[in-house]
Design a protein around this ligand. Structure first.
Ligand SMILES: NC(=O)c1ccc[n+]([C@@H]2O[C@H](COP(=O)([O-])OP(=O)(O)OC[C@H]3O[C@@H](n4cnc5c(N)ncnc54)[C@H](OP(=O)(O)O)[C@@H]3O)[C@@H](O)[C@H]2O)c1
Length: 321
């Protein structure tokens, strides 16, 4: 089968097209004929060497954790899916490899693609959507009428977070740049704040839950925006946040948490149901053919994707929106 591989640690210039053996599914796995994959920052972070002491990579390495496609084969102990089912999944950060024509997928990580989504939209959802769900619902205790601030609302994780928070009945303030404000509002944000113009929030601003998907500002910027028992959830751990988190536990009811995604098929099925109810959709920044995975990773590294970057395994590109 065709796959794109990093030949060693480095930037996307290390990516090559290769012919590699099609994986054999283990008894609890599905062999999926991948129609589309999507890019997440973890894909290039794992391969540029910055996480090598936490998650070492063996080369040549096929990147990619997200996929959508058709079940081609079912392992003898896999019971939930049949050949021909349209599924999506987020592979683990140790056994990834979705930038390929086929991938072996642990059955427990897969869910059926919602009828409302095409392959591109479904491949965009698993990692970023589950991260947003875990951060808001599980770590943030999201509930109806909560006031929620989402920082990075136009990114892969952030644009799902806006929609999930609205689906739970929250009031959503979304931080993004001016160029992205109108479509982030269309996703349901009640208020948008242009981070390129405003560095201050009004004195009235106070949130039950702050979800920071960017983590570029010192925490002090958000501390005053937390309600007395407010929760701040970040997508990246920093030394400063860890120290402050311990202090908060000793001295206050405020909380600081970091989401660490461990994907699972139940959460993905939950998101799939939201999509079928018309309450969740994927916004696609660009579609690259598999052969241009290097360009897709560079687009992600720019830090300015609007929604998700998708890889069409059989090669239908589109331009940035
Ligand atoms: N811990 C976990 O389990 C986990 C899971 C998923 C992701 N992550 C991490 O979370 C981060 C976000 O992931 P992602 O997939 O959402 O990234 P992404 O799609 O690349 O995010 C890009 C978006 O961030 C916006 N942005 C950049 N600077 C901003 C700022 N100062 N304020 C507001 N928005 C800003 C950009 O908008 P503009 O173009 O307007 O600047 C762009 O739309 C990454 O670092 C990723 O590695 C962690």
């Amino acid at each position: 089968m065709k796959a794109m591989q990093y030949m060693g640690y480095g930037d996307p210039s290390k990516i090559r097209l290769a012919d590699v053996p099609t994986p054999k599914p283990a008894p609890d796995q599905l062999l999926v004929k991948v129609a589309a994959s999507s890019v997440n920052p973890i894909d290039w972070k794992l391969h540029n060497g910055s996480l090598r002491f936490l998650v070492p990579v063996r080369f040549p390495s096929i990147p990619g954790m997200d996929l959508a496609g058709e079940v081609a084969e079912v392992g003898e102990k896999a019971t939930r899916f049949r050949p021909g089912d349209r599924v999506m999944a987020c592979l683990s950060s140790r056994r990834f490899g979705s930038a390929a024509e086929f991938a072996a997928v642990d059955e427990r990580l897969a869910a059926l693609v919602p009828k409302t989504m095409n392959d591109h939209e479904a491949a965009a959802l698993p990692l970023a959507g589950q991260t947003a769900l875990k951060a808001l619902r599980d770590l943030g205790g999201l509930k109806e009428d909560d006031r929620v601030l989402i920082v990075g609302a136009s990114g892969g994780v952030g644009h799902y977070a806006v929609q999930i928070a609205k689906a739970f009945g929250a009031n959503v303030s979304a931080v993004c740049s001016g160029a992205n404000m109108s479509w982030v509002r269309e996703l349901g944000a009640d208020e948008t704040i242009d981070y390129t113009r405003t560095t201050e929030f009004g004195p009235w601003a106070s949130f039950d839950l702050i979800f920071d998907t960017v983590v570029s500002e010192p925490f002090g910027r958000y501390q005053g925006l937390q309600k007395p028992d407010g929760i701040y959830v970040s997508t990246l751990p920093t030394i400063g946040l860890m120290g402050r988190s311990v202090l908060f536990r000793l001295l206050s009811k405020k909380r600081i948490k970091t989401v660490m995604l461990k994907s699972n098929g139940e959460d993905l099925a939950f998101l799939s149901a939201l999509a079928e109810q018309g309450r969740l959709r994927s916004v696609i920044d660009t579609v690259f053919p598999l052969s241009q995975l290097d360009l897709a990773h560079r687009r992600s590294q720019s830090g300015h994707a609007r929604g998700k970057i998708v890889i069409d395994i059989h090669g239908t590109p589109s331009s940035p929106t």
